[in-house]
Design a protein around this ligand. Structure first.
Ligand code: FMN
Length: 239
């Protein structure tokens, strides 16, 4: 029966083997590597770092998914550090802006959206992380925790989290180079990004939980995404 599932079919049909040539697939046009909202109101994130955090191995041993949040008002500095951990720019290689998390072919197919529920300095709303100028672009104002909780299959802790990270994939960026196999890489990319967030949270004394259960279509609509960009992962952060 497993062999009749789409998952099995996808994995097997995107396997490489020494026994088979790597076939050329239907060509897909590449996409622009950055998404930006130039006319949105922007909040500049802070590039200030912190001088001391627990030892990495202590962080690794303590990381646990946590869903018990008390509507903690997260600061701009904490949000900035989390955004840096997620997709901060750390280097350049030709035209590529290298980040804290690796990406297949340095194509960076993942976009980060942040729903701020409770913050001491930033108004509640949905923001887009603008990679190049390290800022948040305001997309939608107001507390959306209850809406997001409903769209995360009713998981109530989404409403009490301080911030909800929402990651989408711009398929064309990776699929144009790697074809169908690129879908595997897209999910690997987002997992690296999410793990950076989880470890950074632990380092800052915050708690986080990854979320894979959500109503994709409605979250895509909430963020105003076109059909080439899809939400693929979410994580809550709180205290
Ligand atoms: C891909 C993925 C999807 C997940 N989705 C959810 C989710 O929708 N809701 C939830 O409460 N936890 C979710 N989790 C968290 C897992 O339940 C958790 O990682 C697991 O129970 C192990 O516990 P730990 O993270 O505390 O070590 C998800 C974790 C992963 C990696």
């Amino acid at each position: 029966m497993l062999k009749r599932t789409k998952a099995y079919e996808f994995l097997k049909s995107t396997n490489f083997s020494l026994r088979k040539p790597i076939l050329k697939e239907v060509p897909v046009e590449p996409a622009f590597p950055f998404k930006e909202y130039p006319s949105a109101t922007k909040i500049k994130l802070s590039l200030e770092t912190i001088s001391s955090t627990p030892n990495l191995f202590e962080i690794l041993s303590k990381r646990r998914s946590n869903r018990d949040y008390k509507k903690y008002p997260i600061s701009l500095k904490e949000i900035s550090l989390l955004c840096y951990a997620v997709q901060g720019i750390t280097g350049r290689a030709g035209p590529y802006l290298l980040r804290t998390a690796p990406s297949a072919g340095a194509l960076y197919p993942i976009e980060t959206y942040i729903a701020i529920n409770f913050s001491s300095e930033i108004s509640p709303g949905i923001y887009h992380l603008e990679i190049k100028d390290f800022s948040l672009a305001l997309l939608q104002e107001g507390y959306l925790g209850d809406v997001l909780s409903k769209l995360a299959l009713g998981q109530t802790f989404v409403a009490t989290a301080s911030v909800v990270f929402i990651w989408s994939a711009v398929l064309r960026r990776t699929i144009s180079k790697y074809g169908n196999r690129g879908l595997r890489y897209i999910f690997m990319d987002v997992a690296h990004i999410c793990q950076n967030l989880l470890l950074a949270c632990e380092a800052l004394g915050l708690k986080a939980c990854p979320i894979g259960a959500f109503f994709d279509e409605e979250i895509n609509v909430l963020l105003g995404l076109n059909e080439e960009e899809n939400v693929i992962y979410i994580a809550t952060v709180g205290k």
